[in-house]
Design a protein around this ligand. Structure first.
Ligand SMILES: [Zn+2]
Ligand SMILES: [Zn+2]
Length: 267
């Protein structure tokens, strides 16, 4: 079977995505998906990272809009309610409340920030220091994210490579330790195809790199494939090529979510 779901999509509420929400749904229908999930960037307290996410007072309206689309497209495609919820150290209580505030079908966990003030991003442009320090801190936070239990899917697992500096063998231990933690808590990892349109990457490719995907599969970690669409046209981007590569790696099924519960479907 082809890839049937795309769970990582955004809306103009995050201030850096374009196109009406209907556009994302229509594109998903046009390419034959059975499910489309919205997962816009979550609000954070005290205006943290507010330039790239919805405000706190917009969250209810975002949820209402997704649920309205679910009704409107019923019978044509399943519209899922998700959230890309940044893990920020020190905000556990706030994030737990957010997780419980709405009937999410799934919550995607991201580490875009390395510090509590959300100033230090995990994929610094033109970074002159030793990228190893970024990767170490990043994977420490991904393990913390996994341990919170607030999340279903880990987003773009090797995001620091967007700094245009690839991981080397120095990161192998942190990658393995983090994958094992993800496996232990029973979370899922996404293949995120947005790397194909990120000019910062050394070469167009998904997150994470294929050797990490192979390692995740060997650990039995469930996978899902997402476009991280910031425009309707991005929905389902690269899915046929990714499906072929996953089959080559021996992947037999993929994860889908409804009501916070995971099911596997044949790839
Ligand atoms: Zn974004
Ligand atoms: Zn995203």
């Amino acid at each position: 079977m082809p890839i049937l779901v795309d769970y990582h999509t955004h809306t103009p509420r995050c201030k850096h995505a374009v196109g009406p929400m209907e556009g994302y749904v229509e594109k998903a229908i046009a390419i034959g998906l059975e499910e489309i999930g919205f997962s816009d960037h979550n609000p954070l307290p005290n205006g943290l990272g507010s330039n790239v996410r919805m405000d706190e007072r917009e969250l209810d309206a975002y949820v209402a809009d997704v649920l309205k689309l679910r009704e409107r497209y019923r019978g044509k495609i399943a519209v899922r309610l998700g959230l890309e919820m940044d893990y920020v150290e020190g905000l556990d209580d706030y994030l737990e409340k957010q997780r419980r505030a709405h009937p999410w079908d799934y919550v995607i966990g991201s580490v875009h920030y390395l510090d509590r003030a959300c100033k230090q991003i995990s994929w610094p442009r033109n970074f002159a220091g030793d990228i190893h320090t970024i990767y170490e801190r990043y994977y420490t936070l991904v393990r913390q994210l996994a341990r919170t239990g607030f999340y279903d899917i880990v987003a773009h697992f090797d995001l620091p490579k967007r700094s245009a500096q690839d991981a080397t063998e120095r990161e192998a231990a942190a990658v393995t330790q983090t994958l094992k933690e993800v496996a232990r808590v029973g979370m899922c990892i996404e293949i995120n195809t947005s790397g194909h349109r990120h000019p910062e990457l050394k070469r167009p490719e998904s997150y994470p790199t294929w050797p990490i995907v192979a390692e995740a599969l060997a650990l039995g970690i469930p996978l899902t494939v997402n476009s991280d669409a910031h425009a309707p046209d991005h929905v389902g981007e690269q899915f046929p090529a990714v499906a072929a590569k996953l089959r080559e790696l021996g992947c037999k099924n993929l994860a889908r979510f409804a009501g916070g519960k995971r099911q596997m479907y044949a790839l």
